[in-house]
Design a binder for this molecule. Structure first.
Ligand code: ADP
Ligand code: ZN
Length: 656
């Protein structure tokens, strides 16, 4: 690491938060609760910030760190990402460093000296490092401007990302009672919020809770059939040439699916915990640095990845909670431009997740909590409501139907499933009561459909009174009935992990005709508007999803407002064809520079900034400095090259 320049301003910058926003970051106005959070922390108060991914949490601690004397200490859980975080803030001219186990002794000593000499405005530290006696002593010897606890939901023991080290962070309140603390997370459940408050001793903090709606993400969930083909078709028809993440549960699946996608023309790389650290790091680097890479990953991938232009997140296995699903899908479209969250799920997923819970070493209380989280996830998959209404409801927020998720675009027809539900439940109950036998969905459906198999013959299931009474529905339709009954709690999977179906108290109300069962009908497949690039593969997919009209999704409302009110930034709009050449030239320049310097491309400029440069074609440094996302440091560093490219003076740069 290079040494930051000496501190010339006693590490508190002159000016107001607004001035710093403009000079350092190149932005015109604060978003949502940013201003309140910044003002409160700057004046010494504690804050809890709940803001969705892409909402702009970082500025909430970065700006107060610049305004207050001393160094802002940022607790961040992922060592692998610290270097990128530091690179990004240095790029805008902030004096920053990190301390973690990847540094050699000399580099570490240098960071410590810089901190003690007041030369650092931001210091990123992993929680396990921070809590060592040596590090705590170091911090006591210098001046701490504030503590920022990023990904604060990691402190929640009931949550999905629990890190035991986070529990120790309550010591910061005891040891530095007069230093403000700001905890930030994109997990919005009430329970997590309460745990953060309590475990980080933030009872006196100001709570700033933003809307968790992400209007630029289009949510779609469809039944799983041939999932490799489904995901390949989804990417090829809707996101060719885009960056995206495909999440799978098993390591082997990630390899297999990445291979399949490559054979279908998508530039896909696998990422999982079984790969060695160097290989994983290489994948992460390429994903950040290059355009148009799909990473097929286990859930370990992505937390804290600040890549703003991930255009889609696909799940090919059922996530275990709505919290996790929301966070993973939230990695799409941080730049506020249209993005897709797509999932395929089937009955086998439910059985598998149920098995994971049953086989986990957790105590019964934790198992029950895990089951409740899975139930909520299932309810989201099977809802006939707007996906977003359902999801935000879970986080305690009420919104109107979004108008562009799959269920809004093609509201699933409801049908009266009372009689089929009774047939199915009665088969489950009869087998159990009369014969002491319990089965998974496959056997139950064979019985209902009157399907002769060796197993049916062996157990004489063709003598049951429900034999063949469900021949009017096909296998797929019956599976949809089972999934929906599970999601409604009218049927359950027995603990033990074999996918065995059992009745619940609610089943009896249905069986006794006390309650009717309204089910959603899975719609027939429809062709999509955007044509497939290499021959139609539409038959391979089974989509309940809508026809997507590219570009029909509203970008983040405030960004739209900002674009029109903030002068000639041209944000959000594609450059006119004539400007496209400039845009491509800028992109090529950025790609070469990013590769040479070993930094992610977006750290230099976002796509939206390049687009604004291409359409406004600044001719002076002052004009360039007015463009969204260009602060003083970047203007100074890049004006000469950028202005030359915009003026068409640069020769054809090497393609990126
Ligand atoms: P989070 O940590 O909440 O996911 P980030 O802090 O990474 O979000 O911010 C997301 C993106 O929004 C970043 O590219 C950031 O530069 C940009 N951003 C943040 N605040 C503003 C603002 N006030 N105006 C314009 N862009 C902003
Ligand atoms: Zn909707």
């Amino acid at each position: 690491m290079t040494t930051p320049p000496p501190c010339t301003t006693a590490c508190a910058r002159p000016g107001t938060a607004q001035e710093i926003l403009h000079q350092v970051f190149g932005y015109d106005s604060f978003r949502g609760h940013q201003r309140e959070a910044i003002d409160h922390v700057t004046s010494g108060g504690d804050v809890i910030v709940l803001m969705p991914t892409g909402g702009g949490k970082s500025l909430c601690y970065q700006i107060p760190s610049l305004l207050r004397a001393g160094t802002g200490v940022v607790v961040s859980p992922l060592i692998a990402l610290m270097e990128d975080q530091v690179t990004a803030v240095r790029e805008v001219g902030i004096r920053a460093a990190y301390l973690n186990s990847s540094l050699d002794m000399d580099a570490q000593r240098q960071v410590e000296r810089d901190f003690l000499a007041g030369r650092l405005e931001l210091l990123y530290v992993a929680p396990e490092r921070l809590l060592t006696p040596g590090c705590l002593a170091l911090l006591h010897r210098g001046t701490v401007a504030l503590f920022a606890i990023d990904e604060a939901h990691c402190v929640a023991q009931w949550g999905h990302d629990f890190r035991p080290d986070y529990l120790g962070l309550s010591t910061l309140a005891e040891q530095w009672p007069h230093v403000p603390r700001i905890a930030l997370t994109a997990t919005a459940t009430r329970a997590t919020h309460d745990e953060i408050t309590e475990r980080l001793a933030l009872q006196r903090a100001k709570h700033l809770v933003s809307s968790f709606d992400r209007p630029n993400i289009c949510y779609r969930i469809e039944p799983k059939s041939a999932v490799k083909d489904q995901v390949a078709t989804f990417i090829r028809t809707e996101h060719p040439g885009d960056s995206g993440i495909v999440y799978a549960l098993a390591r082997a699946t990630t390899e297999d699916v990445a291979q399949h996608l490559r054979s279908h023309g998508t530039h896909a790389l696998a990422y999982h915990a079984g790969m060695d650290a160097e290989a994983r790091r290489a994948v992460q680097r390429r994903f950040l640095a290059e355009d148009a890479i799909t990473v097929v990953a286990t859930l370990a991938f992505g937390m804290g990845i600040d890549k703003p232009d991930v255009r889609y997140v696909a799940h090919i296995d059922l996530p275990k909670s709505v919290e996790g699903y929301y966070q993973e899908t939230g990695r799409a479209g941080r730049d506020g431009e249209p993005a897709t969250a797509w999932m395929a799920y089937g009955l086998a997923d439910v059985v598998q997740q149920r098995r994971f819970i049953a086989e986990s070493a957790a105590d019964p209380l934790h198992q029950r909590a895990a089951q409740a989280r899975l139930d909520a996830m299932l309810a989201l998959c099977e809802t006939a409501q707007c996906r977003r209404v359902n999801m935000l409801d879970y986080f305690g927020e009420h919104i109107d139907p979004c108008g562009h998720c799959d269920t809004c675009m093609s509201p699933p027809a409801a049908w009266d499933g009372t009689v089929p539900s009774q047939k199915l439940l009665s088969t489950v109950v009869r087998l159990d009561r009369e014969r002491g036998q319990r089965y998974g969905a496959g056997q139950i459906i064979d019985i209902l459909r009157g399907h002769h198999t060796p197993r049916v013959a062996q157990h004489r299931h063709d003598t049951l009174s429900t034999w063949g009474i469900g021949a009017d529905l096909n296998e797929t339709e019956w599976r949809a009935v089972v999934r929906q009954l599970l999601a409604r709690g009218d049927l359950a999977i027995a603990p033990g992990g074999h996918g065995v179906l059992v009745a619940t108290p609610a089943s009896w109300q249905v069986l006794h005709g006390e309650r009717s069962v309204s089910l959603r009908r899975n719609l027939p497949r429809r062709p999509r508007l955007r044509p497939a690039t290499g021959g139609s593969h539409v038959d391979a997919e089974r989509s309940t999803g809508p026809v997507q009209v590219p570009g029909s999704i509203p970008a983040r409302a405030e960004d739209r407002g900002g674009a029109s009110s903030s002068g000639p930034t041209g944000r959000g709009a594609d450059p006119a064809p004539a400007d496209m050449a400039i845009f491509e030239a800028l992109r090529a320049w950025r790609g070469t520079l990013a590769r040479d310097r070993g930094v992610p491309a977006y750290v230099i400029f976002h796509d939206s900034t390049l687009r604004a440069l291409a359409s406004t074609k600044p001719t002076t440094v002052t004009e360039m400095g007015r463009i969204h996302g260009i602060g003083e440091a970047k203007c100074k560093a890049y004006a000469a090259q950028v202005l030359a490219i915009v003026a068409g003076e640069e020769g054809e740069p090497a393609p990126s």
